[in-house]
Design a protein around this ligand. Structure first.
Ligand code: B16
Ligand code: MG
Length: 213
């Protein structure tokens, strides 16, 4: 494959913070006596914080004011950040780090394309801030996945065209974002159930087979 760069989603691909999102939303939902489970949590993958809250409220047929939404989103983020502050380099799977280093050694650039406003905090806590050639996250976009903006920005930061890059995602919204932006996509985790990705992998290290074939 003739790619110049790999753009990685963060949550659910590089780190297992998807479980922390689940626990934080669950705590907010339980407090309000709202229904929230793993199935609904999967719909929040790659989706912005506010849109995630909207999905939870809609699924419970609850309408609240924008001010109330802001307060709930902030409460969720405070709970979530407490988990993030406990993270360390030990939270990175050895196979993830090894694979990233092999990709870099081969001359490929690597970037992050995440909807999260906490992306840099996560990378810092896990000792990966300087590993990536570009970071595009929730702070530099106006539209979150399935809009392609976050991946288009990541490609721009590296001076590459979408056709030069491949996007790795665990979210249906992220695969759709990649396709909308003209990128080839690799699905991992929850996104492997979705038929639209260009490739699917069961393990992170299988990316090497996809890229070096
Ligand atoms: P934050 P990704 C996404 O990260 C998460 O998958 C999604 O569940 C979350 O709502 C979103 O980031 C915003 O996160 O509240 O930290 O800004 O998968 O795009 O890396
Ligand atoms: Mg994700």
């Amino acid at each position: 494959m003739n790619k110049k760069a790999v753009i990685f989603d963060l949550d659910g691909v590089i780190v297992h913070t998807d479980h922390y999102h689940y626990l934080a939303w669950k705590s907010v939902a339980d407090h309000l006596k709202l229904h929230f489970d793993e199935k609904l949590n999967n719909q929040l993958r790659g989706v912005s914080r506010m849109e995630s809250l909207d999905i939870i409220l809609q699924s419970n047929s609850l309408i609240i004011t924008d001010k109330e939404k802001e307060i709930l989103a902030e409460q969720k983020n405070e709970i979530y950040k407490k988990f993030l502050l406990k993270m360390s380099p030990k939270d990175i799977d050895a196979c993830v780090l090894e694979t990233l280093l092999k990709l870099k050694e081969s001359g490929l650039k690597i970037a992050i394309g995440s909807s999260s406003k906490n992306a840099k905090l996560i990378l810092e806590r896990t000792g990966m801030l300087n590993l990536f050639d570009a970071i595009s996250d929730g702070n530099n976009i106006t539209h979150s996945k399935p809009n392609p903006e976050v991946f288009q920005k990541a490609a721009q930061y590296m001076d590459f065209e979408p056709r030069d890059c491949i996007v790795v995602e665990d979210a249906v919204a992220g695969i759709d974002a990649g396709i909308a932006g003209g990128f080839e996509t690799v699905a991992i985790g929850d996104a492997t159930k979705y038929e639209k990705s260009s490739y699917k992998v069961n393990q992170f290290s299988e990316l090497l087979e996809v890229l070096f074939n």
